[in-house]
Design a protein around this ligand. Structure first.
Ligand SMILES: *Cc1c(COP(=O)(O)O)cnc(C)c1O
Length: 239
C-alpha cells in the first residue's frame, strides 16, 4: 500500500467531520459527498468505495470510461463534471447518471436526444459563471433563468439544479457570497418553472478549499478531490 492510500480513511474522516460541523452550526441538511476522482488510480477509487463513498465525479471522458470498465463490479453513481465538447455528448449521455457542467443550450439538446430510452432520465445541473470570469464557462446569472426554463422541458433530462466554481477567495466569509447568489438563482428559477415541472433540488457547490462556505449556504452536493485523495500529481490527464 502506498502512503497516499494509507491516508484515505483519515482524509475521508476529516472531510465528513468538516461537513458535519458546519451542518450543525448552520442547521443545514447533509450534502451528498461527491468524490472527485480525476487522475486517481483504480485502487484509490476502490479504497474510497470500500469506505462507503458511492458517488464519483470525473472530468476527462476517455479516462473516465476506462475507469468505469475496470470498476464495473462496484455500484458507483458516476457524475461528469468537466468541460464538454459537443462531439462527446453521446458517450456522456450513455455512461453517466449526472452531468454538472451543462453550459449551453446546444449541449442540453444533444444530451436529451442521445440519452438511451431504456435508461432513467439524465440528471443535469447548469453551470453558472457566478463571478463573470472571462476564463470560465457557464451561463451568466442573467441567462440561466431562461435557459433553465427551456432545458427543464427536454424529455430525456431531469434538470436538478445549478453548479458553480467561484473565483478563489481567501476566507469563509468572502467565499459565501457567490454561493448565496446561487441559492437566490435557484429560488428564482423555481418560482418561474411551470407547474408540471418538478422543482430544482440541487446546488452542486463547494470544493476542498470552500466546503464550509458552500455548506453554510445550502450546498446539496460538495465536489471534493484534494481533501479526500491528497494533492494531485498532475494538473490534467493526457486524455
Ligand atoms: C477538480 C475539480 C473539483 C475538486 O477540486 P479539489 O480542489 O481537488 O477538491 C471539483 N469540481 C470540479 C469541476 C473540478 O474540476
Amino acid at each position: 500500500m502506498t502512503i497516499s492510500e494509507q491516508q484515505i480513511p483519515d482524509r475521508l474522516k476529516q472531510v465528513t467531520n468538516r461537513i458535519e460541523q458546519v451542518c450543525r452550526q448552520h442547521q443545514q441538511s447533509h450534502p451528498t459527498l461527491l468524490a472527485v476522482s480525476k487522475t486517481r488510480s483504480i485502487s484509490e477509487i476502490r479504497e474510497m468505495y470500500q469506505l462507503g463513498v458511492t458517488q464519483f465525479g470525473e472530468n476527462y471522458l476517455q479516462e473516465s470510461l476506462e475507469k468505469q470498465q475496470q470498476l464495473i463490479d462496484c455500484d458507483i453513481c458516476w457524475h461528469f463534471i468537466g468541460p464538454i465538447q459537443s462531439n462527446k455528448t453521446r458517450s456522456i449521455a450513455e455512461k453517466f447518471q449526472w452531468v454538472h457542467s451543462v453550459d449551453r443550450l446546444k449541449l442540453a439538446n444533444r444530451l436529451s436526444n442521445q440519452r438511451p430510452p431504456q435508461l432513467p432520465e439524465l440528471n443535469i445541473c447548469l453551470q453558472v459563471n457566478i463571478d463573470n470570469e472571462s476564463s470560465k464557462s457557464g451561463f451568466s446569472a442573467n441567462e440561466v433563468v431562461d435557459a433553465a426554463k427551456a432545458i427543464a422541458q427536454l424529455p430525456r433530462l431531469r434538470l436538478r439544479g445549478l453548479m458553480c466554481i467561484p473565483e478563489p477567495r481567501d476566507n469563509t466569509h468572502d467565499q459565501r457570497q457567490p454561493f448565496a447568489k446561487m441559492q437566490q438563482l435557484l429560488k428564482q428559477i423555481n418560482q418561474q418553472l411551470s407547474a408540471n415541472i418538478p422543482p430544482l433540488d440541487s446546488l452542486s457547490m463547494g470544493m476542498s478549499s470552500d466546503i464550509e462556505a458552500a455548506v453554510a449556504e445550502g450546498s446539496t452536493i460538495v465536489r471534493v478531490g484534494t481533501a479526500l485523495f491528497g494533492p494531485r500529481s498532475t494538473q490534467s490527464s493526457t486524455t
